[in-house]
Write a protein that binds this ligand. Structure first.
Ligand SMILES: Nc1nc2c(ncn2[C@@H]2O[C@H](COP(=O)(O)OP(=O)(O)O)[C@@H](O)[C@H]2O)c(=O)[nH]1
Ligand SMILES: [Mg+2]
Length: 320
């Protein structure tokens, strides 16, 4: 069967026979062997936030890789439906770790709980509603294992999506994309996508994140970028939600995102230093958050020049 994407320019040939999980993840299984120091070492942790997804969670878990170096952690955020029972069925034939929140604490809080328990060298977050495809795992994990990126984000715009995107979602993401571009110098189109992976070494960035809900997705990007880590958007497939509806409350998310940007732009201004060198050229530096005494020369990149010259004029800096 051939499926046509909404964008109209991509086709996927569905194999006539469903591949087995072992076949599907052959490449991934082979690759992670290169990073193991002992047999049962966990290389990848997959953290799955769950809230009332009884219709999809079993299928999602069944389609995940089954390997002793890949751990799966589901964080059940006080679901009120049969989700937990569905997971117990899967637990009878494969290893799944489940953590239960006693009260509903939100998407971001659930991922944080999972991350704290994760043992892997690479930690992945993935939704439980079936919108993400596990066969994109390797695409997200490989750049991190290869140290080409510290943090990867799945992107339906670089990849494919199989449904009509609501205009509000596209406009919202475009707005966030532009703000990230202007103030943080990075282009991330599918900035609300929850299918992500990161290197364990960047775990400290999660210590003081403020947003528990969906704004957590954007806060991770801003914090990672502020700390100078490498972010990469990778092509993935995103499917329609077949059951239930999105839990996102757009008005709440919009308010949180505006306050989030406000806080992080202030943080960015605080670490920006403007100096004039002997030849009279204006130089813009950023204080390194990782190595506090170090000044990172930002050179005269277009986006920084634009932003920082405005700050420079408005704040009436005396040039050193
Ligand atoms: N743990 C937890 N997970 C949640 C909560 N709200 C949503 N999720 C999960 O987060 C994922 C994405 O949620 P969804 O509402 O589909 O967001 P969308 O895909 O961005 O529209 C799904 O796997 C949900 O089960 C929550 O309050 N707590
Ligand atoms: Mg969803």
């Amino acid at each position: 069967m051939i499926i046509r994407s909404i964008k109209g320019n991509k086709y996927i040939q569905k194999p006539s026979q469903k591949p087995t999980i072992a076949n599907l993840f052959q490449e991934l299984y082979k690759y992670i062997e290169n990073f193991k120091n002992f047999e049962d070492q966990v290389i990848i942790s997959i953290v799955i936030p769950l809230y009332n997804e009884e219709k999809t969670i079993r299928k999602v878990l069944d389609c995940l890789p089954n390997h002793n170096s890949i751990e799966i952690i589901v964080v059940n955020d006080d679901s009120t439906d049969n989700s937990l029972h569905e997971i117990e069925i899967v637990q009878s034939y494969r290893n799944i770790k489940v953590i239960n929140h006693k009260i509903n604490r939100g998407y971001g809080a659930a991922i944080m709980t999972g991350i704290k328990q994760a043992k892997g060298r690479v930690i992945v977050s993935m939704d439980s509603d079936g919108q993400h495809s596990p066969d994109d795992l390797f695409t997200l994990v490989k750049p991190i294992l290869d140290e080409r990126a510290d943090y990867t984000i799945g992107s339906r715009y670089l990849g494919t999506y199989f449904y009509q995107l609501p205009l509000s979602t596209r406009l919202g993401e475009l707005f966030v994309e532009k703000l990230i571009r202007i103030f943080f110098g990075k282009k991330i189109m599918n900035n609300q996508n929850g299918f992500r992976a990161f290197n364990r070494k960047i775990l400290p960035i999660f210590n003081d994140l403020k947003y528990d809900g969906y704004a957590f997705c954007t806060e991770q990007i801003l914090k990672t970028s502020l700390e100078g880590y490498k972010i990469k958007e990778c092509p993935i497939k995103v499917y329609d939600r077949k059951y239930g509806t999105s839990h996102i409350i757009l008005s709440k998310l919009a308010i949180n995102i505006v306050t989030l940007f406000f806080n992080y732009i202030i943080k960015k201004i605080r670490i920006t230093v403007i100096k004039r060198d002997k030849s009279g050229t204006l130089k813009i530096y950023e204080k390194s958050l990782k190595r506090k005494k170090e000044l990172l020369n930002l050179k005269f990149k277009k986006e920084y020049t634009y932003l920082n010259s405005i700050i420079f004029l408005e704040r009436g800096y005396t040039i050193a």
